[in-house]
Design a protein around this ligand. Sequence first.
Ligand code: HQG
Length: 179
Amino acid sequence: MSRDETSKFLSYVLRHEPQAIGLQLDSEGWADIDALIEGAARSGRALDIETIEDVVASSDKKRFSLSADGCRIRAAQGHSTAQVQLQHVRKQPPERLYHGTASRFLESIEGQGLIAGARHHVHLSRDMETALQVGQRYGSPVILEVDALRMHAQGFMFFQADNGVWLTEAVPAEFLRRA
Ligand code: HQG
């Protein structure tokens, strides 16, 4: 597998479908790297520790983390699997955060706010550029500005993943406006 294919494969099994290769994640999202390599081999994918380390080091968004002893790996955020209930670090957010989406979702978002969908959290970024890239994945991109500090002051919880991505459970429409 190329570096890109490996990154997509790791996202798939470490965030969404570990059972697809018979892999067990703990509640903090960690997988044993030997078990990951064995599971990949069983499903016909050749994976080795050097490729994994290369993908971890080169990931533009720092999607994956290795444990201090180098034996385990996890995705920093973006999970949908019920095997994982990652306890992200709770933090006070900056005044504004941004969410990139596609214009065709706007009507629904105006009605019900931002919801996590399949993932465990709504993903937000500190900068508009990242939000634009995220929004582009689904069509004509739109950047939404989130009144994060005001939400926080009203008791909504915010978390920051290992890689800096901001997370919250949902964003009611009243805290959203087009950037
Ligand atoms: C939209 C990538 C209709 C939401 C990125 C998004 C991110 C609604 C889509 C990470 C809605 C969900 C996550 C509502 C939200 N009605 N649509 N009420 N509320 N949506 O992929 O935030 O490259 O699950 O706007 O960089 O796009 O994979 O979430 O368009 O950090 O590492 O529903 O994934 O990271 O899509 O992306 P997603 P996301 P990686």
